[in-house]
Design a protein around this ligand. Structure first.
Ligand SMILES: [Fe+2]
Length: 657
């Protein structure tokens, strides 16, 4: 008792002078927000001798200890900070707990370079608290938020996941008329606990916050390709806004998707890691494209390194809030990346793999529960925590078969994953889906100087590439390297002939698409004889590469798959790839025939010893006949190619060309 009094006295002697000389006041308005992303303004006054190290700590819940802030801003973010008064406005995301704000004085002598963030900037010290605000909260903190859709294993369903503050009964209600949401399904509910996290910072007071309850509703019995309206929640806990989506239609003759990796999260404050400001632009341009596509079925494919929360729980909340405008209207599909998963005791960790601690102690738990992808893949954590899920799965969307795989867990021959990939690729019906797109996080090919994963790439080439080649995979998309790079159609580093518009064999076109938001980039691989003064010649197999942030947009019809690379600085196309299926009828101008031979279609195609009907047929009526014949031969081609589909590749169209 006596010693605690002594401590209190010492504390008062230490800090009273600062408190007395700095009667700092702080206020926040409004004190209650209606929903996430509403802005509050924090005002302060009375800061004596203002310093550019004075800072504002952001806390949630308000009971957090001083060092457990979720973020901070320096007071000099306010233009009037030097007067000792100022204000800062920022939007808040509902973390299901109140926020509070504290102003600290941090002196230069207290800067601890060993206690730093991702950029080596020292984290601010909390020795001198000048003022603390009252609590700021949300009207309905436990209400449904973070809505995101996903396909299930059934074409006539759509899954929706959302977060609530408690585990009480929730529902999704839906219908084809906005005012009549007559169908309803009860949600399954689950959550994870701090004890499920496997390492720092996820399982410590710095990183852990209550993640809420994960509600999982499945809308059933949906008609194909229709617009449905829905909302989630309950009478007791409140209902979300009404959202809409277009239901799946696997008979559709068009497939549209946005694909990228490594997007991350933008937050309006500094925190323990550098966050991904550029992700805002990616979201912005995708929303623009979604508007342009109107009521067509679209989905998103985010191939690993998703939120970059890395053990700081609230970043997941910020992430799902950021993507909700997209993910509440189109399915949001993911595969696992190192930053969702890797941890020291992960169950499969061969010596050659660079599986470190990139998951920040999450060991895949938030990823496995906050998303629910189709398929049944799982891997026990071995810690008693929930299994790791969403590892490998596939689905058809219109004319494309999409396969997702995990580069973080066993993919070697004989593994469950390998067997799944093999069986899945072998059973694709190319008449139904002439295109096959495979996606995973770490790339099989890159010309960046990413040497840490060289042994892993060798294993991918040894074990997985033969499956991709043998099964005529159209595209192989990878993330992890934060650049865009497109390769030639390729097998074991060797390009198919790319000299002209010719029909290619089965080799897949690989692309790296990890450029959606994370800003760390490796250099390109230097030439071996110029290590000291690096030059970066582009190898022949690398057809286009760049460091611009952005995303890719896939549009496929039965005839043609087009993948465009959209740059974030202007929202324009920077590269484009077109692959023809060889499956479809074409116009007479494209129609090339030779006695008894296949009929092919190519943009501006040549045919050795072949002839173009259109050259001879001038009369309109005869052209019509030609069109009919074209369709007929197209059908023949279609049938002939059933057993051995061959892709036709059209060379690059880039901003340069
Ligand atoms: Fe990664």
């Amino acid at each position: 008792m006596a010693s605690s009094k002594t401590l209190t006295l010492i504390f008062l002697l230490l800090f009273l002078p600062i408190s007395l000389s700095s009667p700092v006041s702080i206020s926040v308005s409004p004190q209650t927000l209606t929903k996430s992303n509403r802005t509050i303004t924090i005002r302060w006054s009375g800061v004596d001798s203002p310093s550019d190290l004075d800072w504002l700590g952001i806390y949630s819940p308000p009971s957090s200890s001083d060092q457990d802030f979720i973020g901070y801003l320096f007071l000099n973010a306010s233009s009037t900070w030097a007067t000792g008064s100022g204000s800062i406005s920022l939007p808040l995301v509902n973390l299901r707990s109140d926020y509070s704000f504290r102003i600290f004085r941090w002196t230069r002598s207290e800067v601890n370079p060993k206690h730093h963030d991702h950029d080596q900037n020292p984290l601010p010290g909390t020795k001198h608290l000048l003022a603390e605000s009252g609590a700021v909260g949300f009207d309905n903190p436990g209400g449904p938020e973070q809505i995101h859709l996903a396909f299930t294993n059934r074409e006539d369903e759509m899954r929706v996941l959302w977060i609530t503050g408690d585990g009480s009964e929730n529902w999704v209600r839906y219908g084809v008329e906005e005012g009549r949401l007559e169908a309803a399904e009860k949600a399954a509910v689950g959550r994870y606990e701090r004890g499920d996290m496997c390492d720092f910072p996820a399982n410590t007071s710095v990183g852990w916050r209550d993640p809420g309850w994960i509600q999982d509703g499945v809308m059933r019995g949906l008609e194909k390709g229709k617009k449905y309206y829905y909302q989630v929640g309950s009478d007791k806990g409140g209902w979300s806004d009404i959202h809409s989506f277009i239901s799946r239609d696997n008979d559709a003759n068009e497939t549209i998707a946005f694909l990228f990796g490594d997007m991350g999260t933008a937050v309006p404050y500094s925190t323990f890691y550098r966050t991904q400001d550029e992700s805002r632009s990616t979201v912005k341009w995708i929303l623009r494209d979604l508007e342009n596509f109107g009521d067509k079925p679209v989905f998103v494919s985010h191939i690993g390194d998703i939120s970059y929360a890395r053990g700081f729980s609230w970043i997941w909340d910020e992430f799902f809030n950021q993507i909700e405008p997209i993910a509440s209207r189109v399915p949001y599909h993911v595969c696992i990346g190192n930053h969702e998963y890797n941890w020291p005791l992960q169950p499969w960790k061969p010596l050659w793999a660079a599986y470190g601690t990139d998951g920040g102690g999450e060991c895949g738990i938030p990823y496995s529960l906050k998303f629910k992808m189709p398929g049944k893949s799982f891997l026990p954590t071995g810690t008693g925590a929930p299994d790791t899920r969403n590892l490998y799965y596939s689905f058809d969307a219109g004319v494309v078969h999409f396969l997702y795989l995990s580069t973080e867990t066993n993919f070697l021959k004989g593994s469950d994953q390998y067997n799944f990939i093999k069986a899945d690729l072998e059973k694709v019906n190319r008449d139904k889906t002439p295109f096959v797109v495979v996606q995973g996080h770490r790339p099989m090919y890159t010309t960046s100087n990413e040497v840490r994963d060289t042994p892993l790439r060798e294993k991918m080439l040894e074990h997985l590439e033969p499956l991709l080649v043998a099964n005529n995979v159209t595209l192989a998309l990878w993330g992890h390297v934060h650049r865009y790079e497109r390769f030639c159609p390729m097998k074991n580093f060797k390009c198919e002939d790319v000299s002209s518009n010719v029909t290619y064999g089965a080799s897949p076109v690989h692309l790296v698409i990890g450029m959606a938001g994370q800003d760390w980039q490796p250099i390109w691989e230097p030439r071996s004889d110029h290590q000291d003064v690096p030059i970066f010649p582009q190898p022949e197999r690398s057809m286009y590469r760049g460091g611009e942030f952005g995303y890719t947009r896939l549009v496929a019809t039965r005839e043609k798959l087009t993948l465009t690379y959209i740059g974030n600085h202007d929202g324009e196309m920077h590269d484009m790839l077109e692959i023809l299926s060889g499956k479809a009828p074409y116009t007479t101008d494209d129609f090339v025939a030779e006695d008894g031979d296949e009929v092919g279609a190519k943009a501006g195609g040549e045919g050795s010893g072949k002839f173009k009907f259109s050259h001879y047929l001038k009369e309109a009526g005869i052209l019509l006949l030609g069109a009919f014949v074209g369709y007929f031969f197209g059908f023949i081609t279609h049938c002939r190619r059933r057993d051995a589909p061959r892709n036709t590749w059209i060379p690059v169209k880039s901003e340069e060309t």
